[in-house]
Design a protein around this ligand. Structure first.
Ligand SMILES: [Zn+2]
Length: 320
């Protein structure tokens, strides 16, 4: 009988589920939409139904399911499997996801934060294979961070470690959603990035973006700024230079603290290749201790949209 785990990736828009083998391959998958009106009760019903369907599929495939792994957003008590808060589902507060599902399915359930789960997926099956110490970042509206030390996810005593998006790099900087000022997220998070581009364009700076936005009615996104930079637009190239340098500054600090072997960058912003990677690496080399910066490689995440399901399943392989 082949050993598999059932991975569940709870996201803001949808929930993805998959049967994952010990090599990180998804054998069968399904998904449903996380609609606001579902509410906690109906959400659980849908989750239960989807898990049951995959468990039936596992029996047809002659697989042994070792347990259910779940990646969910926000702060999570990993030991008790508590998901404290989930903005898209009303009534979600302080939900003991682990014990509820263990009671229903009579099997092991592991729950962790989605950024940690992504880090684990990359460590075991993606761009972090072969190393023991790794930092993984998902660059989106927010910045999710995962930290692997000596081959294990590092959570800290209150499970709030690796909030790398909230490392302060400018103490007099913009106010961040977390309440602090000048966090790396206020420079690199997509909403802040777009806000800053808009502000500079309004102040009269020259860019091909002005023409593009006027003529086509296109929306200003990081992708559009990347396209303009590749067109040779110096304003857009400078935006990416600065954004990469801010991220590089934060990473230089982390490299000095943790001396990781690899840094894995994923999410929308990381899709822009050298535009972001070059200034990140340049700044990192300049600002971190030479001995630590020479031994770290900065690479792009390899698993893309599947990282959540694969990493959630890997929570079971970690501890079995
Ligand atoms: Zn913050």
């Amino acid at each position: 009988m082949r050993k598999v785990a059932l991975g569940v990736d709870i996201g803001g828009q949808s929930v993805k589920l998959g049967l994952v083998n010990t090599r990180g391959k998804i054998l069968q998958e399904s998904s449903f939409l996380t609609r606001e009106f579902l509410g906690r009760k109906r959400f659980f019903k849908e989750l239960k139904r989807s898990i049951e369907a995959l468990l039936r599929a596992s029996r047809r495939r002659n697989c042994r399911v070792t347990g259910i792994g779940i990646g969910a957003p926000g702060p999570i008590d990993v030991e008790r499997g508590f998901v404290y808060f989930f903005p898209n589902i009303p009534g979600w507060r302080n939900t003991p996801l682990k014990s509820r599902l263990e009671k229903v399915f009579k099997m092991r359930v592991c729950v962790d934060n989605d950024a940690n789960v992504m880090a684990l997926a990359e460590l075991r099956f993606g761009a972090g294979q072969g190393v023991q110490n790794l930092i993984a970042l998902t660059l989106g509206t927010g910045i999710g961070g995962g930290l692997v030390v000596h081959g294990k996810l590092f959570h800290g005593p209150s499970f709030s470690a690796a909030e790398i998006g909230h490392v302060v790099i400018d103490e007099r900087g913009k106010k961040c959603a977390c309440g602090s000022h000048g966090c790396v997220e206020t420079f690199v998070g997509t909403d802040y990035f777009v806000q800053e581009v808009k502000k500079r364009l309004r102040s009269g700076q020259k860019s091909i973006l002005n023409q593009w936005l006027k003529s086509s009615g296109r929306c200003l996104t990081p992708q559009l700024v990347a396209k303009a930079a590749r067109h040779g637009d110096s304003f857009s190239k400078k935006m990416w230079e600065e954004t990469g340098a801010h991220l590089g500054t934060a990473l230089a600090g982390l490299v000095n603290v943790f001396n990781p072997e690899r840094i894995v960058l994923g999410g929308g912003i990381a899709q822009n290749g050298n535009l972001i990677f070059k200034p990140v690496v340049r700044t990192l080399r300049k600002k971190a201790f030479p001995i630590a910066s020479r031994s770290v490689k900065v690479v792009r995440a390899a698993l893309g949209v599947n990282a959540g399901v694969v990493g959630a399943a890997a929570l079971l392989f970690e501890n079995s």
